[in-house]
Design a protein around this ligand. Sequence first.
Ligand code: URA
Length: 211
Amino acid sequence: MSTGRVTVVDHPLVQHKLTYLRDKNRSTKGFRQILNEIGMLLAYEVTRDLPLEPVTIETPLQPMQGQQIQGKKLVLAPILRAGVGFLDGMLSLVPSARVAHIGLYRDPETLEAVEYYFKAPSDLADRTVLVLDPMLATANSAIAALDRLKARGASDLRFVCLLAAPEGLAKFQAAHPDVPVWTAAIDSHLNDHGYIVPGLGDAGDRMYGTR
Ligand code: URA
């Protein structure tokens, strides 16, 4: 389902796996594995409209014109640390993608994003960049990550999350109206601590068992 610049990936496999993740009784191992599986499915959806170009090859029988994805390799840009949860699954579909790491944490008092690490390919201007963070909550981290990537020249950007809060989505779209979003669900609201409700809790803690 696509509304404007937001695509809710309502594929039955994604919805089924998302329900597994939301269950508070899911183990750390199960959470990590399923998040990776959803990452793979979301990668399939978010790359659906990548432009193709013709390429001439030879099958064992004859020459033919096939198609290949145009341009330079994709960049996967997980926001640390929860964004890493999508990475292996996505890389299993696009194994030659480049990876940019963006280290941001949420100040627990102000909920503002604070950057502590940034490393990306130097030619971001020439590549499609998929920014990954499972939870689009206040959107502060997502907005800061996109600000930084744009300052480094990126202009073809897509944001991929698992859950979005309506408040975060609105703020994100106001700050970066040019960046389309893919999510598995839009939840009810944010609570006073900046958690998505009903959500799934702290994605990073659940992935790494740091609760
Ligand atoms: N980050 C999370 O991990 N969970 C939320 O609900 C909000 C932000």
